[in-house]
Ligand binder design. Structure first.
Ligand code: AHR
Length: 518
């Protein structure tokens, strides 16, 4: 939850950096990217481009699920939203929270909808109807073609409740719970693979907040029972969500891993960034911080694994991440609805964060943008339709094209000095090789100047058509709205031959270049 408190120091990049001081009329900045297709970081897990829905504001009710709407199907799923979700190519979807998960009792959300209990919802201060529950979520995930990821209640919930949820969804045995599932209309188990052991338990804002030791012990018993119910499931430990001065982020993660390392497959981390002081360059530097956090967490995981068999792996799941600072604590329409409106600079930050995930593809194997619809989300609805926010486009491009192996790049770019994060390259890049298809994902952070980027293949050649997918807009504050798509992907083609392709990256742009290599 907590992150990125506004810097009190003044940002000085434009003054410190000579290239930044050049005017737009002068020649473009220059950068070089060298790609050796044999230098592989790791396999890009498709779950890097996942998403998240929570019972919060209009994410589920009024977002993906609106029973009385003429736009909805017979299940209550908004058809237009489902199409936008499918187009986003969401590989994995986390549910039911978030903070909401810490007091969610899954049995409230099964059986005939009209008989389900309405409950006071304390995470976000509302009433939960429970009309969207386990069956609705898992049916939705199947319709959207996405892998479900359930987060169990380790706040006010029990080990037994967590175990029984796995039994209800995954067991093929003939038990009282599987009979109940069948009675509720589902014969075959869903075989849900991904399970989160609670949410942000380190945060005092969490229902059932615990110390690392208390969480570690408690989650271990839940993990044992859940894996004994279905040994094929993958478990995600709640790492620290609280990265701030004075908070022992590393200590929490290490303690939790020491308790759970035998049983878990992922460590969950969260990161939200913002631009409260309206400092573009400092805001755009946040992916450097993400890189650092990933490296630190990787070191902590490695340290915890030293006593484990050598083939034991624990990966990082950035299972909540996004830009989020405008619609934070305030109540809107009497509730906390977190309806953030995004602009171009937010979309660029999203692209740099995706680059960071790809550039650490060996250890980051899951990432879930928070959230999918209306609540800090790429898809925004009203009663009559929807529009796609700026942040939809980079995520869609990565999910559609940046697959296969992440490549280790040499990047030579002019830099600026960020107050918080030190030197930052104006050019931010990642690259993926999927069989013979190469993508190069380029953010030009410079606000005013284009950048000539020489992309050199050291061991291969460009041999023809290059798809150029660019996300840009008239200025960094440009937003989309109902009936107005100012920021979007524009696709054109280019050709390249030989070892080097020069691409001129426009100011404040993200481009995904895609080509086939011979
Ligand atoms: O995504 C919004 C909230 O942010 C989630 O409920 C919580 O896990 C985090 O603090």
């Amino acid at each position: 939850m907590s992150d990125n408190k506004p810097s009190r120091r003044h940002f000085t990049a434009a003054l410190l950096s000579a290239p930044a001081a050049l005017s737009a009329q002068q020649s473009p900045l220059k950068a070089r990217v060298k790609i050796d297709t044999e230098r592989v970081i790791g396999e890009i897990d498709p779950n890097l481009y996942g998403n998240f829905i929570e019972h919060l504001g209009r994410c589920i009710e009024g977002g993906i699920f609106e029973e009385k709407s003429p736009l909805s199907d017979s299940n209550g799923f908004r058809r237009d939203v489902l199409t936008a979700v499918k187009d986003l190519k969401v590989p994995q979807l986390r549910w039911p929270g978030g903070n909401f998960a810490s007091n969610y009792h899954w049995r409230d959300g099964i059986g005939p909808r009209d008989s389900r209990p309405a409950r006071l919802e304390m995470a976000w201060g509302t009433v939960e109807s429970n009309r969207f529950g386990t069956h609705e979520f898992l049916d939705y995930a199947a319709k959207a073609g996405t892998e479900p990821y359930l987060c169990v209640n380790l706040g006010t919930g029990t080990w037994e409740e967590a175990q029984q949820w796995v039994e209800y969804t995954n067991s093929s045995e003939d038990t009282a719970l599987t009979r109940l599932r069948k009675q509720n209309g589902r014969t075959e188990p869903w075989k849900v693979k991904y399970w989160g052991l609670g949410n942000e338990v380190d945060g005092p804002w969490q229902m059932g907040h615990r110390s690392a030791e208390d969480y570690g012990k408690f989650a271990l018993e839940a993990a044992k029972l859940m894996k004994w119910t279905d040994p094929t499931i993958k478990l995600v430990a709640a790492g620290s969500s609280h990265y701030a001065p004075g908070i022992d982020w590393v200590g929490w993660n290490r303690t939790v891993l020491d308790y759970l390392k035998t049983h878990v497959d992922y460590l969950s981390l969260h990161m939200y960034v913002g631009n409260r002081d309206n400092n573009y360059y400092e805001f755009l530097a946040n992916s450097v911080d993400l890189d650092n956090r990933t490296k630190t967490a990787e070191g902590t995981i490695n340290a915890a694994l030293t006593t484990m068999p050598r083939d034991k792996r624990i990966y990082i799941a950035w299972d909540e991440w996004n830009v989020w600072y405008r619609a934070r604590g305030n109540k809107e329409r009497g509730r906390r609805i977190l309806e953030e409106r995004y602009n171009l600079e937010d979309a660029l930050v999203i692209a740099t964060m995706l680059n960071s995930f790809v550039n650490h593809a060996h250890i980051v194997k899951m990432a879930n943008m928070a959230q999918l619809v209306n609540v800090i989300a790429p898809i925004f609805t009203n009663e009559t339709g929807l529009f796609l926010q700026t942040i939809y486009y980079p995520l869609q491009l990565f999910a559609t094209h940046a697959k296969g192996k992440a490549l280790d790049l040499f990047v030579d770019s002019p830099k600026y000095d960020s107050t918080k994060f030190g030197p930052v390259k104006y050019l931010d890049v990642s690259s993926a090789l999927d069989s013979q298809t190469l993508t190069v994902n380029v953010v030009n952070r410079h606000k005013d100047q284009p950048m000539d980027v020489d992309i050199t293949l050291t061991d291969r050649e460009f041999t023809g058509a290059i798809e150029v997918h660019e996300v840009n807009g008239p200025d960094i504050k440009a937003e989309n709205d109902f009936g107005k798509t100012t920021v979007k992907t524009v696709t054109r083609s280019a050709t390249g031959s030989g070892k080097t392709f020069r691409y001129q990256a426009a100011p404040h742009s993200f481009t995904l270049l895609k080509t086939r290599l011979t």
